[in-house]
Design a protein. Structure first.
Length: 94
């Protein structure tokens, strides 16, 4: 009986954990707002890498679905360059 209870707890725990495979990353070009990139991070848009394009005053980075939703909520202008980076990578290197 004890083994059955342990198995049940393991299954419940596993079902409640978000899967890494379900996280989609998109490559986006963000129009840098007048308040700057630090303003975006204060609004929940976190990033640890990217590239500034000074000609277009934009910042290109990869965001997961949660970060992309936070960006959308700010009203900041952005363009999705690659919808699903993992799928694009797999397609490129078949």
């Amino acid at each position: 009986m004890r083994t059955g209870n342990n198995l049940l707890w393991v299954l419940l725990l596993a079902a409640s954990m978000p899967s890494v495979a379900q996280t989609r990353y998109s490559r986006v070009s963000i129009q840098i707002p007048p308040q700057g990139l630090t303003w975006l991070t204060a609004k929940g848009v976190s990033f640890d890498h990217g590239e500034v394009n000074e000609e277009s005053n934009s910042f290109i980075t990869s965001l997961n679905t949660k970060q992309l939703a936070a960006l959308k909520a700010t009203g900041t202008s952005y363009t999705v360059l690659i919808e699903d980076e993992e799928a694009a990578f797999k397609q490129q290197y078949r």
